[in-house]
Design a protein around this ligand. Sequence first.
Ligand code: SAM
Length: 239
Amino acid sequence: SGRYRVKVAALCHRALAWALRLVRGKVCVRSTHAYVFTNCTHGRVDSVLETFDLYAETHPSLCISSRIGKLDEVVMRAAPSLVLELGMHCGYSSVRLLRLLPPHGRLLTVEVDPLAAELGEEIILVAGFKHSQFQVVTSSSAEAIPTLRPVLEADKGTGEGFGLVLMDHDPQQYLPDLLALEREELLSPSGCSLLLISRNRRAEELRDVLQHIRARPDRYCIKSDFQCMMERCGCALSD
Ligand SMILES: C[S@@+](CC[C@H](N)C(=O)[O-])C[C@H]1O[C@@H](n2cnc3c(N)ncnc32)[C@H](O)[C@@H]1O
């Protein structure tokens, strides 16, 4: 009966958390930032990520779920020197990426919402990262991508292109942004992992971009273990 009581208590906890998320309704970047800023231990990456997870238990959240362990797996395997993130929001995935980069690694993150960009940047700093390790670009991905070549060239040693691109912004933009990255020759010729986040379990929204990738087996290889595609790598993950 002890085990039964524990199970019932866990179920009640989950039901309460679900109800709270439902009642609270909309995702709020200010509330996410305030919660993480106040409750995490500053300077400790794990504490920042855990506090995001704690917040997401009882509030609506847009952060990539910590359940997507494969994200870490792909980043560690790719060991990229230069990473591009499209869709930073409050900085959760940026922190998650930054903690896995090699010492010389850098993250460029693009966010269209100025408030999210400002608050997200603060969270990255709170996690203990320095401006020498990351740069926030406040604009739409479509506007940002054509401006990135000079940033790459200024970045000694990593000027060859992005070794990993995480798209978690607007799925409608995934294909046009990938085409722009190809056109601008921003993907590292020696290998680039492309991570496409889909919050829609059936991933219909990824159809066009997946079609584009599948039609180019000479350029992209599909890692079937991730039910997805890869260029010289590429991977679709569902939240
Ligand atoms: C799902 S959230 C990103 C969550 C974040 N990756 C994380 O795990 O914490 C999507 C973000 O992309 C931004 N966004 C949407 N369309 C965009 C675009 N075209 N360019 C840049 N950012 C965009 C939104 O403002 C929002 O903050």
